[in-house]
Write a protein that binds this ligand. Structure first.
Ligand code: AMP
Ligand code: ZN
Length: 472
């Protein structure tokens, strides 16, 4: 079986077949962060989901080009810039830096390209002009430009591809200028917003006068500029289905008139929300944690990552600190097992075995619309089985190396960093000093060092192959 994914466009699970005639290249666009503040871990659930999709496609042999934009100009940002007294870039740079740092802490691979909306004003204007030429965009007296849903539909296009919309109640020509609106207020939306005093110094020149782009057109322009008018996969959180993604489709298909049978995007995948006590984690509800908050509580990035990918991407789940404690336990089970395998390999390496129960179980689960629950079940079955073999000394160094290679193969998708590798140099120095003290039979000193390590959250385990440092 090959990979199957749930496509929001068809509301069904479909085989994943890229547009590339050779079936190799895959273009992915994921809507990136709006850098108006620190991202919360709800936002990161979506980015970790995108990272797993990208990693799994690579694991499945595709040649992936992963684009994730940075939304560095839109309504919320402009409001904050005004309050801060900083320039647009001064303001957004700080949050962008923090975002990428957190992304790395969470074990995400850097997207191949990270376009910024403010660097794509030329392509955005070009796209709006195309829509004007096609008779779908119209300018208003104040120098703003809007997308006409009526004209778009009259030209034979469908508005409401990702969800059912009741367009009969729509009053033609009614407009909405905000970047965000509910589906009950579906109306012509802004492509270009003319400069108003509240915009301060955030504006660009355009054929319609000074102004700035609407949020939706930014993603249409950046994605098509980098991936072409039709690409394979578009990702985002479920709240982006409407209006953001529906408007992206309308703008892109309205400008390029995808008449060759190809759509703007072949597959749309949406990640469900991270909740807190049943409500979406969000800045506006104030029920959010940032990654910093959790690191300060003593958790690490991989525990947060594990928690985020322990539930199916299309299921919402409640975030609690207790769940995160559970993630700690799960991680240490994997750590214990892989560390023991490492000791046994005595430096030997091996090739992974694709039809091993671990790799085949994992692949079968993930092929089924990324069924992570079944994938983790394969992992923990393997941990149990390997531990059993380890206790009964049923593994020689070559077998241990193969087990480790199998784990590393699937961990190229899970992206769980190894804990052992993370012991900082000063901790390793202390561990060596303790070893020296023990050799010299200075047990008082060796105990003292052990206590010092414990104070810093590390424990030393004595194994037949020498001492091993691990998190306490
Ligand atoms: P924003 O920075 O607000 O544009 O959001 C960035 C990404 O986070 C988008 O794909 C949103 O859909 C997603 N997102 C926002 N809140 C949550 C949440 N509570 N759970 C999962 N994803 C979210
Ligand atoms: Zn977007």
């Amino acid at each position: 079986m090959g990979l199957n994914v749930f496509n929001t466009l068809s509301r069904s699970v479909e085989p994943f077949v890229p547009l590339d005639p050779d079936g190799k290249k895959v273009g992915i666009y994921c809507c990136g962060p709006t850098v108006h503040d620190f991202a919360h871990i709800g936002n990161f659930r979506t980015f970790v989901f995108a990272d797993v999709v990208r990693r799994y496609l690579t694991f499945r042999g595709f040649n992936v080009n992963h684009v994730m934009n940075i939304t560095d100009v839109e309504d919320k940002i402009i409001r904050r810039v005004n309050e801060s007294g900083k320039s647009l870039s001064e303001y957004t740079n700080e949050f962008e830096k923090a975002f990428f740092k957190d992304l790395k802490t969470l074990g995400c691979l850097m997207p191949d390209e990270q376009p910024h909306a403010t660097k794509f004003i030329g392509p955005i204007i070009k796209l709006i002009k195309k829509l004007e030429k096609n008779g779908i965009a119209y300018s208003t007296g104040d120098g703003s430009v809007y997308f006409s849903i009526e004209k778009y539909r009259k030209a034979g296009n469908q508005y409401g591809q990702l969800l059912n919309l009741n367009l009969d109640e729509m009053r033609p020509g009614e407009r909405v200028s905000n970047d965000e609106y509910e589906k009950e207020s579906v109306a012509d939306f802004a492509l270009w917003k003319s400069r108003v005093p509240e915009d301060g110094e955030v504006f660009w020149n355009s054929p319609w006068g000074e102004g700035r782009p609407g949020w939706h057109i930014e993603c249409s322009a950046m994605s098509m500029e980098l991936l072409g008018p039709s690409f394979d996969l578009h990702l985002g959180g479920e709240d982006l289905v409407f209006p953001h993604h529906e408007d992206e489709i309308a703008q892109s298909e309205g400008a390029c008139m995808h008449s060759n049978g190809k759509k703007f995007v072949k597959y749309w995948m949406h990640g469900a929300h991270l909740l807190v006590e049943g409500k979406k984690m969000s800045k506006s509800l104030g029920n959010f944690f940032t990654l910093r908050d959790l690191l300060a509580k003593g958790f690490d990035g991989r525990e947060v990552r594990y928690l985020m990918i322990s539930a199916h991407y299309r299921e919402t789940f409640n975030f609690t600190l207790d769940n995160l404690e559970g993630a700690k336990t799960a991680m240490s089970r994997i750590d214990e097992c892989t560390a023991k395998l490492h000791e046994l390999t005595l430096g030997q390496t091996a090739e992974p075995v694709n039809d091993s129960p671990l790799i085949s179980g994992f692949t079968e689960a993930m092929d089924n619309d990324l069924n992570v629950s079944a994938a983790w079940a394969a992992v923990f079955d393997w941990v149990r089985d390997t531990n059993r073999k380890l206790t009964s000394s049923g593994l020689d160094s070559a077998a241990a190396a193969t087990e480790l290679a199998n784990w590393e193969q699937i961990n190229s998708v899970l992206g769980i960093k190894s804990r052992e590798a993370k012991a900082p140099a000063e901790i390793l120095v202390l561990a060596e000093q303790r070893q020296a003290a023990r050799k010299a039979k200075d047990f008082a000193r060796s105990d003292q060092i052990r206590d010092e390590l414990a104070n810093q959250g590390w424990i030393i385990e004595d194994t037949p192959n020498g001492p091993r440092v691990k998190r306490g």
